[in-house]
Design a protein around this ligand. Sequence first.
Ligand code: FES
Length: 294
Amino acid sequence: MIVHPDGSRCRLADATPKKLHSVILAKKQISDTITEMEVYAPLVAASALPGQFVVVCQNEKAERIPLTISDIFPQRGSVSIIFQAVGRSTIELSRMNAGEEIMSVAGPMGQPSVIERFGRVAVIGGGVGTAIAYPVARALKASGNHVTVIVGARNKDLFILTDELRGFADELVLITDDGSSGKKGFVTDALRELLEKTAFQRVLCIGPLPMMKAVSDLTKQYSIPTVASLDPIMIDGTGMCGGCRVTVGGEARYTCVDGPEFDAHLVDWDELKKRKAFYFEEEKRQRDIALTGQ
Ligand code: FES
């Protein structure tokens, strides 16, 4: 048994220090498609900050997958990642189990979130984007902000981290497209209702592109500074390939090194939508291969 410095125990009886470089320490299936993994990555855990991400490469033939760090455990030398199995790489990653080794977990990548005392802050997470919203919201609360968290999902089975968020948020609003839990509607409906009675100094949104654009359009009407955490196509994650280029305020920015957070009111959302759709057909083909083996 490996005993972590904090006294907790790892179940990997035969792990050696060499094998521990990126071993999966624990795995939790949150829903049919959403998986949480704690991976041993001591160098990442030693310096990662809320808002940053890692690039996970399962094996020498696998795609590099950018995944946001949802929690950091410096004493255990590990970080948590939460991801949705939506493409071939994430489906294959989700099939791995505790004790198996991931070829590399590189990071921390990107710029950390700006954590200051803003006052009243709304943090909005859509679907698995809540995993990114969680550490940022917690850090904002720890810095003395009044934090309202709005979590939206298609249905109640897709909610994640609600207990953890409830643990520190001043206000937690849950909303589902189908009304199966919390209010029925979209995060923008919940935000609009709040904006009628609350003056927020800052809004942070993380989730599907249409949701972030809708939040941005809404907060623009109220002139509330708004930050969106973008997830364009990424390849190298080091600023070299240009795959993650976005236009912000008329300038080219690279999400992997300049982001992932940008001023939502300055993002060229239409261009981002087009760029994200470039490989849609190939992504679908690869997904089918992962699901059917053909
Ligand atoms: Fe290649 Fe950002 S992923 S430049």
